[in-house]
Design a protein around this ligand. Structure first.
Ligand SMILES: O=C(CO)COP(=O)(O)O
Length: 222
């Protein structure tokens, strides 16, 4: 198996901005180096460039828009994310839902620009639909557990298992992540044992007093 992948979404939490964001990125770099896990970070757009240039960790955008260069105002151009140094991008996060047509266009734009695509889904049917678009990753996150402090690995392992099976049946090249309430090494181990290649998480790291300790715990059982 590839190295496990821990992707930390800083969202727009106050605790994930400015110097806090850099503290989390530095912690991710340290723990990734120590453990061999791949720890990525998805900061606000304006931090993509500084983070991708200062830290030896992959940096992801939280969203891209399904547009090409031209007359659009206030959109997130995939080419701009790429040139800011992003390794990849989330697409269709629960807090930034897109139409199916736009998800497809975003996956195609990411492929064209050599950006990794992480399409977020809310159940096993949408996981299967997302896999049909051929992204690099599908990330299953039950919306009701996001930010709840209740881990999908413990509260709903069935949705992870069904999504892994659904994605494999449609396109075995697509890797699966899971998220929502992930907070410990045990949560990550359950997710990996169920066939995912890692987790997508936010609050347990972003809001922690000691993000490095939480990251170290997340990779402790791999
Ligand atoms: O939405 C998420 C990651 O993108 C999950 O958020 P929490 O880890 O805060 O539940």
């Amino acid at each position: 198996m590839d190295s496990p992948f821990i992707l930390v979404n800083l969202k727009t939490y106050q605790e994930g901005m400015g110097s806090n964001a850099h503290r989390i990125a530095a912690a991710a770099e340290t723990v990734a180096r120590e453990s061999g896990a791949v720890i990525g970070i998805a900061p606000v757009f304006t931090e993509i460039h500084p983070m991708s240039h200062h830290y030896a960790i992959p940096v992801y955008a939280q969203h891209i828009d399904a547009i090409t260069p031209g007359a659009h105002t206030g959109h997130i151009l995939p080419e701009a994310v790429r040139s800011a140094g992003a390794r990849g991008t989330l697409i269709n996060h629960s807090e930034r839902r897109l139409t199916l047509a736009d998800i497809d266009a975003c996956v195609q734009a990411a492929r064209r620009l050599h950006l990794e695509s992480v399409v977020c889904t809310n159940n096993d049917s949408t996981s299967a639909a997302a896999a049909a678009l051929g992204p690099d990753y599908v990330a299953i996150e039950p919306p009701e557990l996001i930010g709840s402090g209740v881990s999908v690995s413990k509260a709903d392992p069935g949705i992870i298992e069904r999504s892994v099976n659904a994605v494999r049946a449609v396109n075995p090249d697509v890797k699966v992540l899971t998220g929502a309430g992930i907070q410990s090494g045990e949560c990550v181990k359950i997710a990996v044992d169920l066939g995912t290649c890692g987790v997508l998480l936010a609050s347990s790291v972003v809001k922690a007093d000691d993000p490095e300790a939480v990251l170290r715990d997340l990779v402790s059982m791999l």
